[in-house]
Design a protein around this ligand. Structure first.
Ligand SMILES: Cc1ncc(COP(=O)(O)O)c(C=O)c1O
Length: 447
């Protein structure tokens, strides 16, 4: 891109945002296409780039999947039994973990993990703000304080270089989230955890089959947690799992999730330990066994399409695709994210860009809001239990440390595509890239 393409004000804005070099160096190699897709924007009444539908989600095989679910229904055994045990065995094998415990959902997988590892009242848990609400909720529900570590805007993950500055004598665990199905930097996170004697509970609720240096996400910390909610790449409506290699800890997880009844090394009369109930049901496991058969192939397709899409959009000025860390050998792509820099689009706000892209027939969304600014956060800190448990100094520290400027910017710039879109063809990816290009070419009409 030639800097003359920007007005002076925009150029200064871009430059002061630290992107002067990018502005100056953005030539237009991909712009053989410019002009081809030019035309009236769909949002202004023109013909959309894409009129065909997209792959829907979830998908299932009528014969095979329905037979599996029906056989559970007809057995009359619906509560946890052999089908759940079979799923646990197969999921542990697939992921390369010694043990798997199925749960009602990802939230309870996380809660169980924190409880069994002893994270609770008085503790601080280091966590990224760029995540789904449940990640933060489980820390509060455990009685601990979430200490937010700013986001690396290039990868959308917890910034590993900003963890240590937030560690204190109260820190007990790091809760990295492989958000959007893209792996967090587990080399750095585990090294920091070892150095400071912290636990690592991975929130892999969006990261089935994602890998860090050939090992699956969810098997890289002390425990790893997954969600199988309806929208997920491995769905069963509601469901979750914990992966772990330590028999004693996994026995405790089992016992805790089953009213504290004795299990393996957890012994005692009646109910051995305090517990809850978050057992997976048989029909949930039946759906998962069916879904699992397609997961490897789907993951491959998502990765291939994501790579191709990145190659098509990376040179469009103002469109910055996510990066993967060097240690990532595979992503799960629950979502495909990029950043939208409005200064390259005549300052057209992101909401307008998204509306224009949707009008071109490309489903997309703006992603997470600033979680540290949510009312729930202050309400939790001001709740009776937290005021009773923590000094004002500790609560204030939690408030102050949760300032995450990079995350705030990312929340304003992110654009997401849902994973089922990546299950299509290269031509589908071309439609996405062409639609973005068309909007770029016609950005003056949106301004
Ligand atoms: C990152 C993350 N953590 C935790 C959860 C909670 O999982 P569930 O909805 O299965 O309770 C989700 C689910 O959406 C998630 O995306």
């Amino acid at each position: 891109m030639n800097k003359n393409d920007l007005t002076r004000r925009q150029f200064i804005a871009a430059a002061s945002a630290g992107s002067l070099a990018a502005v100056a160096s953005k030539t237009l190699p991909a712009y053989a296409n410019i002009g081809k897709k030019a035309g009236i924007l769909a949002i202004k009444g023109g013909r959309p780039v894409r009129t065909r539908s997209w792959p829907s989600w979830p998908i299932w095989d009528k014969k095979h999947d329905e037979d599996l679910v029906l056989s559970v229904l007809r057995s009359g055994v619906w509560s946890r039994n052999k089908v759940v045990a079979e799923f646990e065995k197969k999921y542990a094998e697939l992921m390369g973990a010694k043990r798997c415990l199925a749960t009602t959902n990802g939230t309870n997988a996380l809660l169980t993990s924190l409880h069994v590892l002893g994270v609770g009242i008085g503790d601080e848990v280091l966590v990224p703000p760029y995540t789904f609400i449940a990640t933060i909720d489980v820390i509060f529900l455990s009685g601990a304080l979430p200490i937010m570590v700013d986001t690396d805007p290039e990868t959308f993950q917890i910034n590993p270089d900003k963890i240590e500055e937030k560690i204190s004598e109260h820190s007990r665990a790091i809760l990295p989230v492989h958000i959007l199905g893209l792996p967090a930097n587990m080399d750095k996170i585990n090294a920091i955890a070892r150095k400071h004697n912290l636990l690592v509970v991975e929130d892999a609720c969006q990261a089935w089959m994602a890998e860090w240096r050939g090992k699956k996400c969810g098997t890289l910390g002390d425990l790893g947690c997954f969600s199988f909610q309806n929208s997920k790449n491995l769905p069963c409506g509601e469901g979750g799992a914990i992966l772990g290699d330590d028999d004693e800890i996994m026995d405790k997880c089992y016992s805790y999730h089953n009213f504290g009844r004795p299990y393996g090394s957890v012994t005692g009369r009646g109910h051995a330990i305090m517990g809850t109930k978050c057992r997976m049901a048989e029909y949930q496991a039946a759906i998962l066994l069916a879904q699992m058969k397609r997961l490897e192939k789907q993951t491959q397709t998502r990765n291939e399409n994501a790579k191709y899409l990145t190659s098509r959009i990376k040179d469009i000025p103002g469109i910055i695709p996510h990066k993967l860390y060097d240690g990532v050998t595979r992503a799960a792509y629950h979502l495909y994210p990029f950043r939208y820099k409005k200064e390259y689009f005549h300052n057209v706000p992101r909401s307008k860009f998204i509306a224009a892209l949707r009008a071109e027939g490309i489903p997309c969304s703006s992603g997470y809001n600033r979680i540290n600014k949510g009312d729930f956060f202050e309400n939790a800190l001001q709740s009776k239990n937290f005021r009773k448990t923590y000094s004002k100094k500790r609560l204030d520290r939690c408030r102050q440390l949760n300032y995450c400027p990079d995350d705030e910017r990312l929340c304003d710039e992110a654009v997401w595509f849902f994973h089922s879109i990546l299950l299509g063809t290269k031509r589908d990816m071309d439609d996405i890239a062409d639609a973005i290009l068309k909007i770029y070419e016609n950005r003056d009409k949106l301004a």
